[in-house]
Design a protein around this ligand. Structure first.
Ligand code: GDP
Ligand code: IMO
Ligand code: MG
Length: 428
């Protein structure tokens, strides 16, 4: 049995796609277990750039199967678009499958997400407007449409009709927008089912069998712990559980089967979308990091907010996830910046210093991060491939993180390309 889970520890975009791609070369299965096409996972193969939203990043290198498991919300149109893009580049996609239990993102989910975000006086989360929240709402409300329903014309018709009744009433009466027509949606989604039918399968039995056979299985998280529906900065979160715990419900595998829990964090912090961000740098240095790190959203193109590394939130994330292997990405971006600051505590409104992440999102806006200063380095480290060759101050930075969190950094990423890694310990 060899299972690997790759999760984000900050606010998303830590470089999970790149790490999944690296690990997937030796995986028999690569599995997405939550989220949907709100994700944007970038992989560079030489000069060529791939951005994967819904397909597991393993699609490029995995010789086994790529699975979109039950916990994912699937926009089948995005799925087909991505499949076509990969095939256009001459690569295979016949190894990609979707769980019959996965819920389908319907056009009314996308509209609802968009109208809410554009509503005056509403809570603007800054979502990706991909319909993620409304689709998960329907799943929990037990009115959702699952991939399996696309294969049954009567069930599909009944479910769409029922949903349109309530959704159209909301669109017309509350948002004062036009409602949607049944026939067009029904025909479109029935045709999608027909097109995808060979890829819509039961995935949980096969995955459990593979675990028992000792196959290498890699679970690829999307989003990150600070966007987790329970443990993130609610309500400025996504609607799923991007934690390692989410793997069990999102793929139907038992907690006892999860072994290597790999947490990915950037050497600094970024956030796209709204919500508190205690270590945010709303100044020239923040702009410099955005430029050097090319911090623009892979899904929406929005500029990412940037800031110092926040060990208080990272400790929260590693605790909830039970991380036993850390990956630090984008260390190269910090070359030339000195001193470097790392938050190790927050000062509360009444002057108390705390080192844990609070559940009160509103209070977070007023907390003052307490920083340790470390000396930076000037060297370009993008060509470094062994830990010993790193500048001493870069090593001190990594070791400061390890000491605070009590977890070893097994891989340091020093550039976007697949090969730009310092691997300190082979996991496979
Ligand atoms: P994900 O959502 O966690 O997969 O991350 P994204 O792909 O959205 O964002 C990470 C960005 O950083 C992408 O543009 C990557 O190509 C890039 N990247 C990943 N690792 C490194 C690194 O070590 N150095 C640099 N400079 N860029 C990196
Ligand atoms: P990857 O997998 C960064 C953010 C959105 C918004 C909030 C809710 O690439 O790390 P949603 O559309 O999910 O309802 O939006 O979550 N968000 C992400 N931020 N990376 C992502 O994915 C994200 N997916 C969602 O910007 O703040
Ligand atoms: Mg991303």
């Amino acid at each position: 049995m060899a299972t690997y889970v790759v999760v984000g520890l900050q606010y998303g975009d830590e470089g999970k796609g790149k790490i999944t791609d690296v690990l997937s070369a030796k995986s028999d299965y690569v599995v997405r277990y939550q989220g949907g096409d709100n994700a944007g996972h970038t992989v560079y193969v030489g000069e060529e750039k791939f951005v994967l939203h819904l397909l597991p990043s393993g699609v490029l290198q995995c010789k086994g199967k790529c699975i979109i498991a039950n916990g994912v919300v699937v926009n089948p149109k995005s799925f087909m678009r991505e499949i076509a893009q990969i095939e256009e580049k001459g690569m295979r996609t016949d190894h990609v499958f979707i769980s019959r239990r996965a819920h389908v993102i319907m056009p009314y989910h996308i509209l609802l997400d968009t109208y809410r975000e554009e509503e005056e006086g509403g809570t603007q989360i800054g979502t990706t407007k991909k319909g993620i929240g409304p689709c998960y709402e329907d799943k929990i409300a037990r009115v959702g449409i699952r991939m399996i329903d696309l294969l049954n014309p009567e069930v599909l018709a009944e479910k769409i009709k029922k949903n349109l009744k309530t959704k159209n009433s909301l669109f017309e009466k509350y948002f004062e927008k036009p409602g949607l027509e049944f026939q067009e949606i029904y025909e479109e989604f029935l045709a999608i089912g027909e097109k995808l039918k060979d890829r819509i399968v039961d995935t949980e039995v096969e995955l459990n069998q593979a675990i028992h056979e000792g196959k290498n299985i890699l679970f690829e998280g999307a989003q990150a712990l600070m966007l987790d529906i329970d443990f993130g900065t609610y309500p400025f979160v996504t609607s799923s559980s991007p934690s390692t715990g989410g793997v069990c419900t999102g793929a139907g595998v038992p907690p006892t089967s999860l072994q290597n829990l790999i947490g990915v964090a950037k050497a600094y912090t970024t956030r796209v979308g709204n919500g508190p961000f205690p270590t945010e740098l709303d100044d020239e240095l923040g702009e410099k990091i955005r430029k050097i790190g090319f911090e623009f959203g892979a899904t929406t193109g929005r500029p990412r907010r940037t800031g110092w590394l926040d060990l208080v939130s990272l400790k929260h994330a590693t605790m909830i996830n039970g991380i036993n292997n850390l990956v630090i990405t984008k260390l190269d971006v910090l070359s030339g910046i000195s001193p470097l600051k790392i938050a190790t505590g927050y000062k509360t409104e009444d002057g108390k210093i705390i080192d844990y992440f609070t559940s009160s999102t509103t209070k977070l806006y007023n907390y003052e991060p307490q920083y340790e200063e470390l000396e930076g380095w000037d060297e370009d480290i993008t060509k470094v491939r062994s830990y010993d060759e790193l500048p001493p101050n870069a090593k001190k930075y990594i070791e400061f993180i390890e000491k605070y969190l009590g977890i070893n950094v097994y891989l340091v990423s020093v550039g976007p390309e697949r090969s730009q890694n310092i691997i300190r310990k082979e996991l496979f």
